[in-house]
Design a protein around this ligand. Structure first.
Ligand SMILES: N[C@@H](CCC(=O)N[C@@H](CS)C(=O)NCC(=O)O)C(=O)O
Length: 203
């Protein structure tokens, strides 16, 4: 299988972390591609030009980080990152939704800033959205969520937070959110994260 990625993408990083956590690295070749580039080698596989994109051995193309995660979770015999049988009372799906929505919100805000798309009122709205989401995540972590054996929700939340720290510095989230901060510091030490760390940008 081939996993197309870009080193700065938090979504592609989720897939790369999952590959490592599930012990699938020997079965998947990672291929770095350019984005927003009409000459990108990704386009014949995914005309939408987005990463992550996974090509299965039979040529089937999967995109969307969470769909790739769900597929990879079927490719091993160990404990599931994403239980789909209700055995965890659907907590992982619930938290996964919260975490990916947070990453999406930061990504929209980041794109508005990077490409000069946001009017001041729009940017202020994104800032407030991030504050609310960050406070809700701080409360969730303080209440015991996102704990226990590593699962899909923890991976996505950690990828979202580290993306914010390294590529969306305009939002200083750590100061008032010590539990969330400690959560990231613990997960970021795992080899799956240190091997896939994103380049920083000063935005
Ligand atoms: N919902 C998608 C988002 C993927 C996404 O937006 N990837 C960005 C990189 S962070 C991308 O490939 N952008 C290229 C473009 O916009 O042309 C997922 O979860 O995989």
């Amino acid at each position: 299988m081939q996993l197309f990625y870009a080193s700065g993408s938090p979504y592609a990083r989720i897939a790369r972390v999952v590959v490592r956590e599930l012990g699938l690295a020997s079965r998947i070749e990672e291929v770095e591609v350019t984005l927003r580039d009409p000459g990108s080698s990704l386009l014949p596989y995914n005309p939408g030009g987005k990463v992550p994109t996974l090509q299965l051995d039979d040529g089937t193309i999967l995109n969307e980080s969470l769909l790739i995660l769900a597929f990879l979770d079927t490719q091993h015999g160990g404990r599931k990152l994403l239980p789909m049988d209700g055995s965890d009372r659907w907590k992982t799906l619930s938290r996964l939704g919260q975490a990916i929505a947070f990453l999406d919100a930061i990504s929209v805000w980041n794109r508005e800033l990077r490409f000069g798309l946001g009017a001041p009122g729009v940017l202020a709205l994104e800032h407030k959205r991030a504050d609310r989401a960050g406070d809700a995540l701080e409360a969730a972590v303080a209440g015991g969520a996102y704990s226990g054996a590593l699962d899909a929700a923890q991976i996505v939340l950690a990828a979202a937070l580290e993306n914010t720290s390294r590529r969306h510095k305009v939002w200083e989230w750590r100061g008032t959110r010590p539990r969330l901060s400690a959560f990231l510091d613990t997960i970021a030490r795992r080899p799956s994260f240190t091997e896939t760390v994103q380049p920083e940008i000063n935005l």
